[in-house]
Design a protein around this ligand. Structure first.
Ligand SMILES: NC(=O)c1ccc[n+]([C@@H]2O[C@H](COP(=O)([O-])OP(=O)(O)OC[C@H]3O[C@@H](n4cnc5c(N)ncnc54)[C@H](OP(=O)(O)O)[C@@H]3O)[C@@H](O)[C@H]2O)c1
Length: 271
């Protein structure tokens, strides 16, 4: 399952990662992360705002998987933006995750202080504290604005991405600029069943709706990070590398796009 995509700086990111949002701090997070690593996931998506980084670190430790085999992402939260605050927040995330470097550090949401925050990420990158840097929830105009002053271009943009919000223009822009798109909420936070199409495709491929959608991500070059605390789902969500959707079925899924978000619109956030 550790099939990789290559970032613009040559760093390899596993195409399938494991999400940790809304996983309860403590035993639930420790167990979920350990289970995911035991099953074979090698990419963990964390964030300081999820308030469970220590447990993520503990789950990694308990799995026994060597640190260098795992791709760890974390994100600087909105209230920690700005140059010095970001450097401080980074150190705290490292400490909680019990690691001395990150594979990827992201600006969690676009805010007024993006540019100062980005300078801090550039410093961390140049100092070798993080192997890649990027952003999250950036629309095209946020990316253009950031790149105008940036010394280093973002290597990743992690955005809400699923059949209902397939973001074709943003995906095209990111591909043209060598920015890897990572899909958050790939399973529509558990609401895929609302589409009859997945029943039809499940029967055709003998795969679950979740597996079909995660495969749809990967086949269009999008890295995907589903979350589950249920061991059977953690396992089945990773079983997506032994089949291929036809171009026609890829299109059928893409046709479900209405542009409707589940999460906040990055231009209208009030947090
Ligand atoms: N950058 C950002 O702003 C941002 C925002 C949101 C999320 N994220 C990241 O992206 C990750 C994934 O997004 P998400 O957690 O919001 O949503 P998601 O992965 O789309 O969906 C998670 C939900 O789907 C359920 N689920 C998992 N596998 C399933 C399956 N095979 N069949 C049916 N239901 C299934 C889970 O239930 P159980 O857990 O009960 O199994 C959970 O309720 C997050 O965990 C986080 O790391 C980033």
């Amino acid at each position: 399952m550790n099939i990789y995509s290559e970032l613009s700086n040559g760093v390899k990111i596993p195409k399938l990662g494991f999400g940790t949002f809304r996983v309860q701090d403590g035993k639930q997070t420790i167990d979920a992360v350990r289970t995911a690593l035991e099953i074979g996931y090698r990419h963990i998506d964390a964030a300081s705002i999820y308030d469970n980084e220590e447990s993520v670190g503990q789950g990694i430790k308990e799995s026994g998987v060597p640190r260098e085999e795992i791709f760890i992402t974390s994100k600087v939260w909105n209230t920690d933006q700005g140059y010095q605050n970001t450097l401080n927040a980074f150190e705290l995330s490292l400490k909680k995750l019990a690691t001395d470097y990150l594979d990827l550090y992201l600006i969690h949401w676009p805010k007024e202080l993006n540019k100062e925050t980005w300078r801090a990420l550039e410093k961390l990158y140049k100092d070798g504290r993080v192997r890649a840097i990027g952003v999250s929830n950036f629309k095209e105009h946020h990316l253009i604005d950031l790149m105008k002053n940036a010394e280093i271009k973002p290597m990743v943009n992690q955005v809400e991405f699923h059949p209902q919000l397939a973001q074709p223009e943003l995906l095209k822009f990111c591909k043209e600029n060598n920015i890897q798109v990572v899909a958050w909420g790939p399973l529509m936070q558990g609401q895929l069943n609302k589409f009859g199409l997945f029943k039809e495709l499940s029967e055709k491929y003998n795969k679950t709706a979740a597996q079909i959608v995660l495969r749809w991500d990967i086949q269009q070059g999008v890295v995907t990070i589903p979350k589950s605390i249920t061991p059977e789902r953690i396992k089945s969500n990773a079983d997506i590398f032994d089949f291929e959707l036809t171009e026609e079925d890829m299109q059928k899924i893409s046709m479900l796009n209405t542009g409707e978000r589940i999460g906040p619109d990055p231009d209208k956030i009030n947090f």
